[in-house]
Design a protein around this ligand. Structure first.
Ligand SMILES: Cc1cc2nc3c(=O)[nH]c(=O)nc-3n(C[C@H](O)[C@H](O)[C@H](O)COP(=O)(O)OP(=O)(O)OC[C@H]3O[C@@H](n4cnc5c(N)ncnc54)[C@H](O)[C@@H]3O)c2cc1C
Length: 251
């Protein structure tokens, strides 16, 4: 087969893998004051890689709107996919998913999409940097590695403005204690809470220089708002990480 027909057939395979589903909301969990995790049961088999996203298509006030959401559950969970949605933008679909949709309601969901993923064999270490709702694809990646007991070293650096904004704080704390191959560093930038177990202040050159030790040859993932992602790419390059080791997604 010529390389162009090989390319065409692999594009076709990729296209075929993206399908349209009806998702039924089976559980809605409040994570923080402005964020919920929603479990959708899909009406067919769905395969994805940890880190990928889906498009949801609710009809709100008679208008059908498309929005992207990363899958926050791992592919090892087959019964449902989780989306973790924070109120944002001008509160259109994010408000609908946080405040309007109820258990039993149905939504068109299409996917999976995206090249921002990690799967077994890609690297021996995974260094993940998230801000705000940018933690969602990393929940999927981390749980995938833990469920499959894959022998990789992981580090998550997760920054929020306030403690109350940290998504799954208890879960991250528990994971930190339980799994020797996972190190979670939480950092808050706008307050100095008492008895705080994490870091204070923004992720800067000095902190990264210290934390990347031992991870230099692995893969780096960044997810958050565009200015945050840009600044983390710059800092990682400054501390010596090669550009082709850095993957990023922003919204
Ligand atoms: C790959 C990816 C993954 C994401 N994952 C998550 C996640 O896990 N959790 C999460 O909380 N958010 C996630 N988002 C952000 C999410 O898609 C929404 O932008 C966010 O929820 C706000 O949507 P909204 O409808 O409430 O706000 P809106 O302000 O109505 O819309 C937000 C954005 O959608 C675009 N938009 C608005 N209107 C239109 C239109 N008519 N046509 C096309 N585009 C339009 C604009 O870029 C706008 O900034 C992700 C985004 C991307 C791209």
């Amino acid at each position: 087969m010529s390389s162009s027909s090989r390319d065409a057939s692999s594009t076709l395979r990729r296209r075929r893998a993206i399908s349209q589903y009806t998702g039924t909301l089976i559980e809605k969990i409040r994570e923080t004051w402005d964020t919920h995790t929603l479990h959708f049961k899909l009406d067919g088999p769905f395969d994805f890689k940890p880190g990928q996203f889906v498009m949801v298509k609710p009809t709100i006030n008679g208008r059908t709107i498309n929005r992207a959401y990363s899958i926050s559950s791992p592919p090892t969970i087959k019964d449902y996919i989780a989306l973790t949605v924070r109120l944002g933008g001008t509160y259109t679909v994010s408000k609908y998913l946080n405040e309007v949709i109820q258990v039993g309601d149905q939504l068109p969901i299409r996917g999976p999409y995206g090249k921002f993923y990690w799967e077994e064999g890609m690297s021996d270490t995974i260094f993940m940097i998230a801000a705000g709702s940018g933690i969602t694809p990393f929940r999927s990646m981390v749980q995938y590695v833990l469920h499959k007991n894959i022998d990789v070293q992981m580090k998550v650096m997760y920054t929020c403005r306030y403690v109350k904004e940290i998504i799954c704080r208890k879960m991250w704390k528990g994971y930190n204690k339980k799994y020797p191959n996972l190190d979670v560093i939480l950092t808050v930038t706008r307050e100095k809470p008492e008895n705080w177990e994490g870091h204070l202040g923004r992720i800067d050159h000095n902190l990264l220089q210290k934390e990347v030790k031992g991870f230099e040859d692995g893969l780096f993932y960044i997810c958050g708002a565009p200015p945050f992602v840009e600044s983390m790419i710059t800092l990682l390059k400054e501390v010596g990480i090669a550009e082709d080791r850095i993957k990023h997604e922003d919204w």
